[in-house]
Design a protein around this ligand. Structure first.
Ligand SMILES: [Zn+2]
Length: 267
């Protein structure tokens, strides 16, 4: 599933390409036809991301909310666009630009009214990629919880936008066991974790790739898969830890794959 930096990158691109001009919005597949008709031809005022959610705000006050889920993708294109290929839920064509985009396979693509946008944002936790993020509130919630920090970091109601890769990597970078309860995370540890996310995630927005391995630990050892980022632990189960050579461990936590170094992250 795309992590928050991917959604912020899409939001930034859509804002650059479409904001300030009218947009033709349609649903070639039909499943979003009614919603598309409500914003078709309107000026897009702003595109933004909150965690893993994308919002297109139109001049009428209506917003299109997209959550890509596991399978959703945007295909960006220059105009003229060809006939839709496959199940295109939403097609956007900028009236004042040379660009369009096709959305396929999202978990959510819907019209929201302003109170619904407010409710969506209110139920999401602190997003390290947003300047308005309330990291103290997120920290307080973590430090009140007996749940494992590995699960808390993935809880979008506490921290929005962090997914499986940043979860595993940031815990490794701070030597914190993913099984430690939130109540045992100190204020200083939370501040450091947060600061690291605030440093790391914008690199993902800027470059489209995650950079999480510090230069001194990057021996050039290959990534877990072709064209994927090099990681300390994510998807490296059984491989030697880049720092201490202990085999990286793997376990399923809350139905998601979890990776950690049992030596570097022993407590
Ligand atoms: Zn290690």
């Amino acid at each position: 599933m795309p992590e928050g930096h991917t959604l912020h990158r899409i939001a930034r691109l859509h804002h650059e390409r479409f904001a300030g001009g009218a947009v033709r919005v349609s649903s070639p597949q039909g499943r979003f036809a009614e919603g598309a008709a409500l914003v078709d031809g309107q000026v897009l005022e702003r595109a933004e991301a909150v965690g893993k959610h994308l919002l297109h705000h139109y001049e009428s006050g209506l917003s299109v909310h997209v959550h890509l889920g596991l399978y959703g993708t945007f295909s960006e294109a220059e105009l003229p666009m060809g006939p839709p290929v496959g199940q295109v839920r939403m097609r956007m064509i900028g009236a004042a630009t040379d660009f369009g985009t096709d959305l396929r396979g999202p978990t959510a693509c819907e019209i929201l009214h302003p109170p619904e946008v407010d409710a969506l944002i209110a139920r999401l936790g602190a997003d390290p990629l947003r300047p308005d993020a309330d990291h103290d509130r997120a920290g307080a919630r973590i430090r009140r919880s007996r749940r494992a920090i590995g699960a808390l970091l993935m809880d979008q109601a506490i921290i929005a936008g962090v997914g499986n890769v940043y979860r595993a990597e940031v815990l490794f970078r701070h030597g914190i066991s993913p099984f430690r309860p939130g109540t045992a995370i100190t204020a200083a540890e939370w501040d450091a974790l947060w600061a690291d996310l605030v440093d790391l995630m914008p690199i993902g927005v800027r470059t489209g790739r995650m950079h999480v391995v510090r230069p001194e630990h990057d021996s050039g050892a290959p990534s877990y898969a072709k064209d994927r980022p090099r990681t300390y632990v994510y998807r490296r189960q059984g491989e030697p830890c880049r720092v201490c050579a202990t085999p990286v461990a793997h376990k399923v936590m809350d139905a998601r794959n979890l990776f950690w170094c049992p030596t570097c992250q022993s407590h």
